[in-house]
Design a protein around this ligand. Structure first.
Ligand SMILES: NC(=O)c1ccc[n+]([C@@H]2O[C@H](COP(=O)([O-])OP(=O)(O)OC[C@H]3O[C@@H](n4cnc5c(N)ncnc54)[C@H](OP(=O)(O)O)[C@@H]3O)[C@@H](O)[C@H]2O)c1
Length: 275
């Protein structure tokens, strides 16, 4: 699929590093077909040394070398990048943007007409090749280009295509999701400590309980409620615990949490578009 393709990263931060690692270790790209440019010279030197990829001297050089360009700078830097990049796209590369909150419409307006652009929302577990990413296609993106984009993000985890109007919901759910899960994990560890378990043992038990439950859910293909029924015996310990969670409206709290994060993402997006 990626034969004859080369990929260039504008912005060589955490996300770019995670993607480069995933693409090279999944053998989707060899290092000589990967390019990067970062304003921070030391960052670029690090990436060149770590992955044996090419460092480009500027955005123009990177654009010329790449048939796929990933915009991996912070949203506040995207405007400057687009200004420079738009004059160097005659060869019609595919553009992937991971800048949070920057709409396809904004990117399409700022780049030449008919530029193929895919907007992506990955999340922090990309750093360990376990991202949950959602991708939305712009108007000029072909089916082949969309499949390539999904394959790229599947090298660092799972990836789904969604309509862009759901991007704020994705941001509130899987974008912010690692923080919700971490809060739950922290609370469970403290609960173990409250019951007298050593902290390290509590941490190991909780982390493995969460990881193992996710694996069970994935491999069984069952609904979470069905699996929960299996471990909830009549009058047993689990149902007594669950009764407390239900009395605190835990389910409603999660729904309100994701709703609040989605609304905040909408607000921040409006602010981005106004720039
Ligand atoms: N990290 C996450 O969990 C996550 C999740 C979802 C989406 N994202 C999105 O992914 C993007 C990258 O995030 P990140 O965590 O990788 O950020 P990061 O570590 O700060 O990386 C961005 C890199 O781009 C460099 N840069 C800034 N302006 C540039 C320019 N004009 N040309 C070239 N390089 C430039 C930055 O240098 P300086 O430090 O000198 O500015 C920095 O090294 C962001 O837009 C973010 O919204 C991140």
């Amino acid at each position: 699929m990626f034969r004859d393709q080369s990929i260039g990263f504008i912005g060589g931060g955490n996300m770019a590093e995670a993607l480069i690692r995933g693409l090279i270790s999944a053998s989707l790209f060899s290092a000589e077909r990967v390019f990067a440019f970062d304003v921070l010279y030391s960052r670029l030197e690090y990436l060149k040394k770590e992955f044996a990829i090419h460092g480009s001297k500027d955005i123009a050089e990177l654009a010329r070398s790449s048939s796929i360009i990933v915009l991996a700078v912070k949203p506040q830097s995207i405007s400057d990048v687009l200004d420079t990049l738009s004059g160097h796209l005659l060869h019609k590369p595919l553009i992937l943007s991971i800048a949070a909150g920057v709409a396809l419409g904004t990117l399409e307006k700022r780049l030449p007409e008919k530029t193929a652009i895919v907007r992506v929302m990955p999340n922090a577990p990309a750093l360990v090749q376990q991202a949950a990413s959602a991708l939305s296609r712009g108007r000029a993106v072909s089916q082949d280009q969309m499949e390539m984009s999904l394959a790229l993000f599947r090298a660092v985890g799972k990836a789904v295509e969604i309509d862009e109007k759901l991007m704020n919901a994705v941001t509130g759910l899987s974008g912010s999701g690692p923080a919700y899960v971490l809060l739950m994990i922290e609370a469970l560890i403290d609960s173990g400590v409250l019951m007298g378990l050593p902290r390290q043992a509590a941490k190991e038990l909780v982390v493995q309980t969460v990881a193992g439950t996710c694996r069970l859910l994935e491999t069984s293909g069952k609904h979470p409620a069905e699996l929960r029924d299996v471990v909830t015996s009549p009058g047993g310990t689990t149902i007594h615990g669950l009764q407390v969670l239900e009395s605190y409206s835990t389910r409603a709290a999660f729904m309100e949490c994701v709703e609040a994060a989605t609304k905040r993402s909408e607000e921040l997006g409006k602010h981005q578009d106004a720039k």
